[in-house]
Design a protein around this ligand. Structure first.
Ligand code: FES
Length: 57
C-alpha cells in the first residue's frame, strides 16, 4: 500500500528502511527515503508505521 503518493513510497519500503537504518527520529528516516517532503499528508501515517516497526526490532 502506498503511504506517500507524492514520492511513491509504500509501507513496505518504510518498514525496510527502519529495519536497515534504525532511525532515531522521523527526520532521520527521511534522510534514507523520500517520505513526507512534499505535501506532507502522509507524515502521520508514515510516523505510525515507523513506530510500529521500531517496536518490533
Ligand atoms: Fe507524502 Fe505528499 S503524500 S509528501
Amino acid at each position: 500500500m502506498y503511504v506517500c503518493l507524492c514520492n511513491g513510497v509504500s509501507d513496505k519500503k518504510i518498514r525496510e528502511a527502519v529495519r536497515q537504518f534504525h532511525p532515531q527520529s522521523f527526520q532521520q528516516l527521511r534522510k534514507f527515503i523520500p517520505v513526507g517532503n512534499q505535501c506532507g499528508k502522509c507524515v502521520r501515517a508514515a510516523r505510525e508505521i515507523m513506530q510500529e516497526e521500531l517496536i518490533q526490532i
